[in-house]
Design a protein. Structure first.
Length: 322
């Protein structure tokens, strides 16, 4: 099959990559549409030492499964495939299962291929009212909504929230938090990106900030220096939610965390079922963030384009008919 692979060098297209074998309890899925995110770009630079097929933002069609009710369904998925037996899997969401694989990131080939496999328990059915172009945002939108879990409930109705970063994830977080009724200010460097947000949502260029401070700062810059900037924006005893992962080391003065008694919270994956429900039940529309589309046969060019400064969501289209 056709697949884009990483092996420690530049992404490359393989035209005869072995098709995945569906294991017990797994579904075989045809990729319809997949999105390139900053994590994919970091993996291409060596993050986590990943080898194989990347890609974790996708919408696809089930071709085969143990449970035949899935066959023909249009699906997205929880990208974390836990063991299904440990406490984290049975009592929580399995996102921190010690034996988990993560689609296109850790121990499991991903979605930049004609076919992929995932446990059936990870699948989420996409309603007919949600388009492929909307559904492909389910994974990053789930990660955006997950930020709510890091904000104390007693603060949600009165917190001043800053979303730092006007890239793909930052804009999605701003949309999701505003949709949940929070007072949100989106902060970035690019007025044309901030203009994609609804006019009722406050936006600021970083140069306009001056002494503004916020109860909650969501760091989604995708840069090593984003947390350093976030530390200057949080009020004493405020909360900083960290979303960025980058390849490489960097130094940071953490004394403001102690002096201002700040709470630092890491936030990773959310629940895709919540994201699909949000897309189905609200007016939230992430599709203005789509910059360009490429065929899978041009996925190397798609990665290069997605790596260019200022480019928002680049999509890759599947190319096999069922």
């Amino acid at each position: 099959m056709l697949a884009l692979t990483l092996d420690g060098r530049a992404p490359r297209l393989e035209r005869s990559y072995p098709e995945p074998a569906r294991g017990p309890g797994e579904a075989l899925v045809r990729m319809r549409l997949a999105g390139i995110c900053d994590t994919d770009l970091q993996l291409a630079r060596g993050y986590l030492g990943f080898r194989g097929i990347p890609g974790h933002e996708f919408v696809g069609e089930v071709l085969d499964a143990d449970d035949k009710a899935w066959v023909g369904a249009r699906v997205v998925a929880d990208i974390n495939a836990g063991c299904g037996r440990c406490d984290d899997c049975t009592e929580r969401d399995g996102h921190h299962c010690r034996e988990r694989s993560v689609l296109g990131i850790l121990g499991r080939n991903g979605a930049f291929a004609e076919l992929l496999t995932l446990p059936e328990r990870c699948l989420v059915r996409v309603p007919d009212t949600v388009t492929d172009e909307q559904a492909v945002f389910s994974e990053p939108l789930a990660a955006a909504v997950h930020v709510l879990d890091a904000i104390p409930r007693n603060l949600r109705n009165r917190a001043r929230v800053a979303v730092l970063g006007d890239g793909k994830l930052g804009l999605l977080i701003a949309l999701a938090l505003a949709g949940a009724g929070l007072e949100v200010t989106a902060i970035g460097h690019h007025p044309e990106k901030l203009a994609l947000l609804p006019p009722e949502l406050e936006t600021l260029l970083e140069s306009q900030l001056h002494a503004r401070q916020f109860d909650v700062v969501v760091e989604a810059t995708g840069t090593a220096r984003g947390l350093e900037r976030a530390l200057t924006l949080a009020v004493p005893r405020g909360t900083i939610v960290l979303k960025t992962t980058v390849h490489g080391d960097y130094s940071l003065d953490l004394s403001p965390v102690v002096i201002n008694e700040l709470t630092l919270v890491g936030s990773r994956c959310g629940t895709p079922a919540e994201a699909v429900a949000l897309l189905n039940d609200t007016s939230l529309d992430p599709t203005p963030l789509i910059a360009e589309r490429y065929s899978l046969s041009n996925a190397v060019e798609a990665f290069a384009r997605a790596s260019a400064p200022g480019v928002l969501k680049v999509l890759v289209e599947g190319c096999r008919t069922p």
